[in-house]
Design a protein around this ligand. Structure first.
Ligand code: SF4
Length: 619
């Protein structure tokens, strides 16, 4: 077998059973790896109505066929589970080197099930797997935990939860390599619910075999050259990292501002690369994932008074999503405060996107005078950066008002009432990324139909148009891009390969897949793998639904009914009309093999080879 190892490691924390299992080759061919493979096992193994925080939920840490080979831009890993935030499907990815390390330890995938009564950590190496006592780590930050575990072996790949995950904050994240997070959907709380503080992986395999090393070498060279070409042409991602998107998003009227009340932040330049690079010119360095020629991430190597316990010698430059949600969305133009807020979220183990949304909702309610009395004393107003920093710690520790916010935007809003629910910015319970759909034609459909909820990584239609016309014309491109995202998350290749020159498309994914595995796929056949995965994630959710699936594929009221009041997207809603949204949704369902209510059709289930699985585990 090439590319894959055909093996998974299963750890049951209830009875401490550790076993290795073969992954059937036909399953690998049907689902490729990463997101696809994790979705397959999640659908089979996590029963309907399982408590996401309980022992019946499972956590899948999955690699793809590209991990551990010499292919660049593949230092990533995917995690799949049932989300404590949405009660539905979630997958989330992170860079660093954990994925390749798991592969070097001899596994395509790690499955965690059950629940330990005492805090434990998992020590995985090529020779052995041990469940070890973590009492001394419980209560520590993610950075302290990683440092402690890497003291024994600094090359270990460590995945850790922080105090937020321990307290089951519904949007707690997982941190790896200090600055990389599996951010979305509360995966940190899934591990917290299992009493698992950390996973450490150390592999000793040299590299994963591919059928033709010369071809593998040639492909690696090609990808590196395409990446160099983009940097030489001055691609902003290569030069500045994701903060450059502040310019793009603000110019296109998509930058979240004050709980998405508008989409153009008057102080956005304070959050832009010019400013960040000017202030920290002498104190920054790149922090790439394994074998990545793009190297988009940066850290600041300066000691700040608010990071006295800093253990890594650096703090992260916030990524674009964080600048949007903890910056513009909270009306904050104080750059250092956003860096501090980001750092706090990282070490306490909170998703910055959800954190920025739930605090944004609180601030808007305070602005409107609609906050219940019991929350008023601890509330904060837009632009109050120090108040936000205090609130982040309270959320992670579930103290006072922080306890209510730790439940996430959807639940916090429903505690308050319909006036709050109308201002809550989420899909299916997952808070919005920093891209307002009122600035881009058809983007709202990507958010509305994603199994995970509102994520920016589920496919964008290729268009420069704002939503001034029907979104119908961009639907084929949306489907193509949805497939591309799934393939990248299944292979696994970084999404930022859209920034190399020329960009990486579905046909390139087929080519990479063939070179690492020896398969002879076509663009069409790999897109069938993507379509299969898309439909299976939807089927997982349908088992959990009380209503027809269409009911859940919707956008927040604000994006449908409130035209943007200022900036480049002034006057726009996410669709020209509600009717256009509904018609496009039906059309998208057809393109994805669903009926008008959003149920996958029997024909599509059969055609994609999901019939047996559906009959056995369907509903
Ligand atoms: S582009 Fe950035 S996130 Fe992607 S693999 Fe490279 S360093 Fe990691």
């Amino acid at each position: 077998m090439f590319g894959w190892l055909g093996k998974l490691l299963r750890v049951n924390l209830t009875d401490r059973r550790i076993s290795e299992e073969n992954i059937p080759p036909e399953v690998l061919r049907q689902f490729m790896g990463g997101k696809g493979l994790g979705t397959y096992y999640l659908y089979r193994e996590v029963p309907r109505l399982a408590d996401p925080l309980g022992p019946k939920n499972r956590f899948y840490l999955v690699t793809g066929p590209a991990q551990g080979t010499r292919i660049p831009i593949a230092g990533r890993c995917t995690a799949v589970s049932k989300s404590p935030l949405t009660g539905l499907y979630i997958d989330s990815g992170a860079g660093g080197y954990l994925g390749p390390e798991l592969k070097r330890a001899g596994f395509d995938m790690l499955v965690i099930e059950g629940k330990s009564e005492q805090p434990v950590w998992l020590d995985i190496s090529s020779d052995d797997t041990l469940i070890r006592d973590a009492k001394h780590l419980w209560g520590k930050t993610t950075h302290e935990t990683e440092l402690a575990l890497r003291k024994e072996d600094k090359k270990r790949g460590v995945l850790a939860i922080g105090p937020a995950g321990e307290r089951l904050v519904r949007f707690a994240c997982l941190t790896h390599n200090y600055f990389r997070t599996f951010g979305r959907g509360g995966l940190g709380a899934v591990l917290g619910g299992k009493g698992l503080k950390a996973i450490a992986v150390r592999g000793h395999l040299e590299s994963i075999s591919t059928p033709d090393p010369d071809q593998e070498k040639a492909l690696s060279k090609l990808l590196i050259n395409r990446s160099r070409a983009a940097r030489e042409k001055g691609h902003n991602l290569h030069l500045h990292g994701t903060p450059w998107l502040v310019w793009r998003s603000n110019n296109n009227g998509m930058f979240p501002t004050r709980n998405f009340q508008t989409t153009h932040f008057e102080h956005h330049l304070k959050l832009s690369p010019d400013y960040l690079e000017g202030v920290f010119a002498q104190n920054r360095r790149r922090q790439p994932c394994e074998r990545c020629p793009i190297s988009c991430s940066w850290v600041i190597t300066k000691t700040f008074p608010w990071a006295p316990q800093e253990v890594t010698g650096a703090v992260a430059v916030p990524e674009y999503e964080t600048l949007g949600l903890l910056g513009g969305n909270l009306g904050i133009a104080d750059t250092e405060a956003v860096i501090q807020a980001n750092h706090l979220c990282n070490i306490l183990g909170l998703d910055t996107i959800s954190t920025g949304n739930v605090i944004g909702l609180l601030m808007e309610l305070a602005q409107r005078g609609e906050l219940p009395e019991n929350y008023q004393k601890e509330s904060v107003r837009f632009s109050n950066s120090q108040g936000v920093i205090q609130l982040i710690s309270k959320i992670a520790l579930r103290e006072g008002l922080g306890d209510a916010l730790a439940e996430g935007t959807m639940r916090f809003a429903s505690r308050i009432g319909p006036q709050a629910a109308a201002l809550a910015i989420h899909v299916k319970g997952l808070e919005f990324p920093a891209w307002d759909p009122r600035g881009k034609l058809g983007l709202g459909l990507s958010y509305a139909t994603a199994a995970a909820g509102a994520s920016h990584l589920r496919g964008w239609p290729i268009t420069g148009e704002p939503p001034k016309i029907s979104a119908s014309s961009v639907l084929p491109s949306l489907v193509e891009q949805q497939d591309l995202k799934i393939l990248k998350d299944s292979l696994i290749i970084c999404h930022f390969t859209h920034s190399i020159n020329p960009v990486l498309e579905n046909k390139d994914c087929a080519n990479i897949y063939n070179i690492v595995t020896g398969e002879s796929s076509t663009e069409e056949s790999v897109r069938r793998i993507a379509a299969r995965t898309w439909l299976l994630a939807r089927l997982f959710n349908i088992r959990e639904y009380d209503e027809a699936p269409r009911y859940y594929d919707k956008l927040p009221t604000r994006f449908m009914e409130e035209p943007v009041p200022s900036g480049p997207a002034k006057g726009l809603t996410a669709f020209v009309s509600r009717q256009d949204f509904e018609e496009c949704l039906t059309e998208l369902f057809q393109l994805r093999g669903c009926d008008k209510n959003g149920y996958p059709t029997e024909t599509a289930i059969k055609d994609l080879g999901l019939e047996k699985l559906y009959l056995e585990f369907g509903s």
